[in-house]
Design a protein around this ligand. Sequence first.
Ligand SMILES: Nc1ncnc2c1ncn2[C@@H]1O[C@H](COP(=O)(O)OP(=O)(O)OP(=O)(O)O)[C@@H](O)[C@H]1O
Ligand SMILES: [Mg+2]
Length: 264
Amino acid sequence: MARRIVITSGKGGVGKTTVTANLGAALAAMDLKVVLLDLDLGLNNLDVVTGIDNRIVYDIIDVIEGRCRLKQALVQDTRYPRLHIMPSAHSYDRSHINGQNVRAVCDRLSESFDYILLDCPAGIDVGFHRSVAAAGEALVVTTPHLSAIRDADKVLSILRGYALQSVEVIVNRARGDLMLNYESLDVEDIANLLKIFPLAVIPDDDGAAAMSAFGGTADRDSEAYAAFRILAQNLHHGTKLFYDCTERYRGFLGRLKRNLRKRV
Ligand SMILES: Nc1ncnc2c1ncn2[C@@H]1O[C@H](COP(=O)(O)OP(=O)(O)OP(=O)(O)O)[C@@H](O)[C@H]1O
Ligand SMILES: [Mg+2]
């Protein structure tokens, strides 16, 4: 039986799709069978981020409406053979796809995978509820910005109305240099505001941004890759490892790096 985890946020553009793709890759690198479901129907971009957009034949709507078999809609990742992606439709009247339809797809996928990661659309309307209804657990993504944290808080309270086994927070795009300079909320501040300590902190990493822009997950030497590996460990083994994004900005050399980054 697969763990079904929805990646959500409330606020748009905070990194749900990036987290879904990179967490999926990190779990697959641990030899786990993972499928990513793009539930951002109509505004999808998980296919671009994972670089499978030119290999799509069928999508999740074709599966739900019986135009293809489940396996025909799955696209295998080229770098991680245990990672599969079920794309969403580019344009579609999404109104008659509901949580039950998505849950039925997950039930069928559950037999062949260890993890089903659901990439949720922004907002808290029908697309959000459709995604959460099919999940057993949730990861709420926020950035260290107050507007994102406020939306994450709202989402956390809505999620309490669902019978989820666990709800965790991920802080994405964390800037260790700004945190040390008191120019950004730090992890402790965010934990106090949300009353939950984050499961993972993912650094703001140009490498991760470039990879997702051109199709592909964070490269293996990047800071973001190390942080996603820790997230995958924590999620799968229940550990409480912590990626300290301030570490490289501490000490004499760190202070230099901090000031250099400020000037760029
Ligand atoms: N850790 C990171 N470091 C640098 N850039 C990042 C990071 N995470 C995400 N980004 C960038 O932020 C932008 C938004 O990311 P993404 O598309 O994953 O957000 P989203 O929450 O899925 O957006 P939407 O709400 O529109 O679905 C992208 O350009 C992505 O490359
Ligand atoms: Mg997205």
